[in-house]
Design a binder for this molecule. Structure first.
Ligand SMILES: NC(=O)c1ccc[n+]([C@@H]2O[C@H](COP(=O)([O-])OP(=O)(O)OC[C@H]3O[C@@H](n4cnc5c(N)ncnc54)[C@H](O)[C@@H]3O)[C@@H](O)[C@H]2O)c1
Length: 238
């Protein structure tokens, strides 16, 4: 498979290593210094594009791939205000968009565990649920995209929580997400249920970026020659 990497930072480089080790070819690498090379002619040399840039650039990059008929896998976080527009464009152009706030297989299993724990805890209102996410200091967005996914899963199950907030709040209907920025930290997410009697916690800790990168390559293999809007749930058949 021929792959274009849009974003050649920490994730782009980790993805390159895994893709090449699996026999794929990187035919285009775009970062902030060569955005003029991101042309229709160049991107169409690839079977799929893998986009890991950041909150401010993701939507434009994704739109270009869709418009130029190249399936796009995006892991950029913090751009979801534009997700509905991206979906609409993808439907209009009969393109392929696969987005995941987290590509690691472990986190996607953790998502399923989170939903089940939230459903179990729903009747027990003496437990207050809150979350913590820890990432490296270069991370631009807070809370993390993964934390938002986890929070939305909890809000869908636990009726006493109405919205997530990324600040201290005394409002009991707020689901508090604490964000900590510490180096080096590829990503830790904890969901805590605390009562006066005891506490229950579930935690996912990423040890390296390899988990995200291998999931993104798996997603690219899945999306090659497909049409539609997908997530890691589709890739993993969860
Ligand atoms: N979904 C996941 O599994 C997952 C995992 C880790 C990181 N992320 C997210 O991926 C994104 C990138 O993370 P990173 O750690 O690689 O960041 P990074 O800062 O190391 O790399 C970002 C890259 O994007 C490039 N870039 C900036 N503007 C660009 C533009 N207009 N066009 C093309 N390239 C451009 C930069 O030059 C750099 O190469 C972030 O949003 C991060 O939160 C997602």
């Amino acid at each position: 498979m021929k792959i274009a990497l849009i974003g050649y930072g920490k994730m782009g480089k980790a993805i390159e290593e895994i893709a090449v080790s699996k026999g794929h070819e990187i035919v285009l690498k775009i970062d902030a210094n060569n955005t003029s090379d991101f042309s229709k002619e160049n991107i169409q040399k690839a079977n799929v594009a893998i986009e890991f840039t950041g909150p401010d650039t993701a939507f434009e990059n994704i739109s270009k791939c869709i418009q130029w008929g190249v399936p796009v896998i995006s892991g950029s976080t913090g751009w979801l205000d534009h997700f509905e527009k991206a979906k609409k464009l993808c439907e209009e152009k009969k393109g392929c968009l696969l987005y995941a706030s987290n590509f690691s297989i472990g986190v996607n299993l953790f998502f399923e565990i989170n939903k089940q724990v939230a459903a179990l805890m729903e009747p027990y209102d003496n437990y207050n649920v809150s979350m913590t996410e820890i990432h490296h200091t270069e991370k631009k967005d807070a809370p993390s995209g993964t934390a938002i996914s986890l929070a939305e899963q909890i809000l869908a199950q636990i009726g006493r929580k109405k919205k997530w907030v990324n600040e201290i709040s005394s409002e009991t209907s707020d689901l508090i997400i604490r964000s900590e920025r510490i180096d080096p930290a590829p990503g830790t997410h904890t969901v805590s249920y605390d009562s006066p009697i005891d506490s229950i916690e579930i935690t996912h800790t990423a040890h390296t970026r390899k988990g995200f990168a291998s999931g993104a390559v798996l997603a690219a293999e899945f999306a090659n020659q497909k049409m539609g809007i997908f997530t890691m749930k589709d890739v993993l058949g969860l």
